[in-house]
Design a protein around this ligand. Structure first.
Ligand SMILES: [Zn+2]
Ligand SMILES: [Zn+2]
Length: 319
């Protein structure tokens, strides 16, 4: 193909004028980027291809992996390169292709790849695929409770109350995995404060607790005015709507953010560390707070960094 002629620049010129591009044309263009060692551009092309609805095959995977691995002077593709492709395929909703790719990886998938696939299943509401993914992953990393929590969140979000969630819970019990209590910590004026969802953690003075409760009330009413509706699917307990709303409002990162708003002056970032994955309601909470209160908020959960600023998050609401 045109990429093989040894002149990637010319090859790309030809590519840009082609009206009809099937998977082999895209593969050739990505191959041309591989020759240049331009992994970033190869990934961009791959993403463009997915966006245009062209189905990927193994040959194009190899081309992307080659381009990526050349760009970091590695001989064989690293797991991070597979991670990039899994991420792009997942965003495009090509879940079966993700599973095929994971199956033929020369190395064992790690928790990042598994988590990316699970998150994609959640976004595209594919319960069966999520169950498959979780089964594969749990074989590798049963010690990571966060994964199981993510899976049971998928079931719950899909409204499959009852059997499936019960099954997951049973599995957790059989494997002897206790649900880790969710907690968030925040540093204010050089002191680290820890919050858990069941209580206000180590801020044990009554005055502090009532300040946080008042702040949360204020935030929640401003969020409601801005059109925020609590996402009750995030509460896994089988209780009535009012109780769900209350429990949701007590999530540890919300308590920490409220505490940060009280104790941290304008222009200083609020930094919260969460031990498990952030739920979607806390995510939209932080997004809106960053806009309404004009504060920058950074939340590090067990999966990634979220940098909230002016009503947007660095993860583009995909995590
Ligand atoms: Zn939450
Ligand atoms: Zn985010």
């Amino acid at each position: 193909m045109f990429g093989k002629c040894g002149d990637p620049q010319n090859a790309m010129k030809v590519f840009s004028t082609m009206a009809r591009r099937d998977v082999s044309v895209w593969t050739a263009a990505i191959g041309a980027m591989a020759m240049e060692g331009n992994g970033r551009r190869a990934l961009e092309l791959f993403n463009d291809m997915l966006k245009q609805g062209v189905k990927p095959d193994e040959v194009v995977f190899v081309a992307v992996l080659t381009a990526c691995s050349h760009s970091v002077h590695a001989i064989s593709p690293h797991i991070v390169h597979y991670g990039c492709i899994v991420d792009l395929l997942g965003r495009a909703g090509l879940l079966e292709e993700v599973v095929d790719l994971i199956k033929c990886m020369p190395m064992e998938p790690n928790d990042v790849i598994g988590g990316t696939l699970l998150a994609a299943c959640r976004t595209h509401k594919n319960i069966e695929m999520a169950a498959y993914a979780a089964e594969q992953i749990s074989k590798l990393i049963i010690q990571r409770t966060g994964m199981h929590v993510l899976l049971s969140n998928i079931y719950a979000s899909a409204g499959k109350w009852g059997v499936d969630v019960a099954k997951v819970r049973l599995q957790l019990k059989e494997k002897g995995i206790q649900k880790v209590p969710r907690s968030s910590s925040i540093e204010v004026n050089g002191v680290i404060h820890v919050f858990t969802s069941c209580g206000t953690g180590d801020t044990d003075t009554r005055t502090e607790q009532s300040h946080i409760a008042l702040m949360l009330q204020e935030i929640n009413s401003r969020l409601r005015d801005a059109g925020h509706i609590p996402d009750l699917d995030n509460v896994l307990l089988d209780v009535d709507e009012k109780e769900k709303e209350y429990l949701l409002s007590r999530h540890s990162e919300k308590l920490a953010i409220a505490f940060g708003l009280i104790g941290i002056g304008k222009g200083v970032r609020i930094r919260v560390v969460k031990n498990l994955r952030m739920c979607s309601d806390c995510h939209s909470f932080a997004t809106l707070v960053s806009r309404i209160y004009e504060m920058e908020i950074i939340v590090r959960d067990n999966n990634r960094f979220h940098f909230f600023s002016q009503g947007l998050c660095s993860c583009s609401d995909y995590w």
